[in-house]
Design a protein around this ligand. Structure first.
Ligand SMILES: Nc1ncnc2c1ncn2[C@@H]1O[C@H](COP(=O)(O)OP(=O)(O)OP(=O)(O)O)[C@@H](O)[C@H]1O
Ligand SMILES: [Mg+2]
Length: 358
């Protein structure tokens, strides 16, 4: 049986109006989409997510390579269109019509019985607001109505391009719940986002791209554990001397902005050792917490650079997202280098740890 979505050496080069070319996708290979799973398609702004999705849906002709959906080349996408729901651009809705009436028009065009409308309104949590005009909806409700429209034909595969765009944290959380419930109905969901932290919570598998090329693909847990390590944050008095004691035991630490916190880049398996080493020297922790590796940390490690592309206005013309990619504040702002600082002169005795705050 063929995979739900296959991308083979996909390449897309756009011609610039001002001359020259933009290589949007450069040799991407992917096999994605398992029924009942959410596959995150992640990458910074301009990394080629929308272009890849447009190629999948047969909306854009690849410059090289090919894409297939349900085993059918995307050049013949019409053959599988009834099995795929997608939101790629701001769907056109009539602002004065109610959500229900907008769906009714779409259902009629596609020969879908109007009994389906109540079902999809229920799935997206708009049963109570179906009679209200589209223009009176909040952005989150508009996005959810668009998903309802994509669900009308009961698709096996749902493709959502940046469904969390422009939503506030509560709206993003609702979107995650909705995406999960759609996958739990047995559909494959492919969801693109540049907001790793927001979307990783709902994904079973992820594909990360950067500059149009594959960075990593696989299960979320595998990528996180291969590409980034968990860390432990210690809260302790006189952290400078604690850092020195830990260093002597082969455990390197970094100073965090909070003056009584140290970061240890090891998993929780060394918690007992850390506690013992400190206790043996008469030092006792006031706190110890494990920070799980995030997808953002994995992305930074895999690409060697933060994805600091400018935030473009999104497709719906709304202001840039509140949440950024990578999220501000992660990874934690360490003071440069390890803590205590490395000895600048290796032949001299080790420098005592210094700690500006103490
Ligand atoms: N129609 C087009 N004509 C010219 N260049 C284009 C066109 N569409 C996309 N590009 C360029 O291709 C590259 C990839 O764009 P794409 O929209 O696929 O990225 P994206 O990952 O979806 O970004 P975002 O997160 O901002 O939505 C960008 O450099 C973009 O400027
Ligand atoms: Mg895009």
């Amino acid at each position: 049986m063929s995979a739900i979505v296959e991308v083979d050496g996909l390449r897309k080069v756009y011609k610039r109006m001002t001359g020259g070319e933009v290589v949007a996708v450069q040799g991407l290979d992917l096999t994605i989409g398992t029924p009942g799973t959410v596959h995150g398609f992640l990458g910074p702004n301009g990394s080629g997510k929308t272009t890849t999705i447009r190629c999948l849906l047969g909306l854009v002709k690849p410059s090289g390579g090919s894409t297939r959906v349900f085993g059918v080349d995307s050049r013949n996408f019409a053959q599988v269109a009834s099995r795929v729901g997608a939101i790629v651009e701001n769907p056109k809705m009539f602002p004065k019509f109610s959500g229900y009436k907008n769906l009714k028009l779409l259902a009629r065009i596609s020969n879908i019985p109007s009994s389906e409308i109540d079902r999809v309104l229920h799935v997206v949590g708009l049963s109570d607001r179906g009679g209200d005009s589209f223009e009176s909806y909040s952005l989150g409700m508009k996005q959810r109505l668009a998903i309802a429209a994509a669900l009308l034909k009961n698709p096996e595969l749902l493709i959502l391009d940046e469904p969390a765009n422009g939503l506030d944290p509560a709206g993003i959380a609702e979107m995650r719940v909705l995406i999960r419930s759609i996958a739990d109905e047995g559909r494959a969901v492919l969801v693109s986002s540049h907001q790793l932290a927001e979307i990783e919570q709902v994904c079973d598998e992820v594909t990360i791209i950067s500059n149009g090329a594959l960075v990593q693909t696989g299960s979320l847990d595998t990528i996180r554990s291969q590409a980034a390590s968990d860390s432990v944050i210690l809260t302790i008095d006189d952290r400078a001397s604690a850092a020195a004691v830990l260093q002597a035991a082969g455990i390197m630490t970094s100073a965090l902005p909070n003056p009584d916190e140290l970061l240890v880049e090891v998993g929780e398996e060394r918690n007992a050792e850390i506690t013992r080493v400190l206790a043996n020297s008469g030092r006792y922790l006031r706190g110890l917490r494990v920070e799980r590796a995030t997808l953002e940390a994995a992305f930074l490690n895999l690409t060697g650079s933060p994805a600091n592309h400018p935030q473009a206005p999104n497709q719906m013309g709304h202001p840039p997202q509140v949440e950024q990619f990578p999220q501000p504040g992660y990874p934690p702002q360490h003071t440069p280098g390890n803590y205590p600082p490395p000895n600048p002169n290796p032949s001299a005795p080790p420098m005592p740890p210094t700690d500006g705050g103490h």
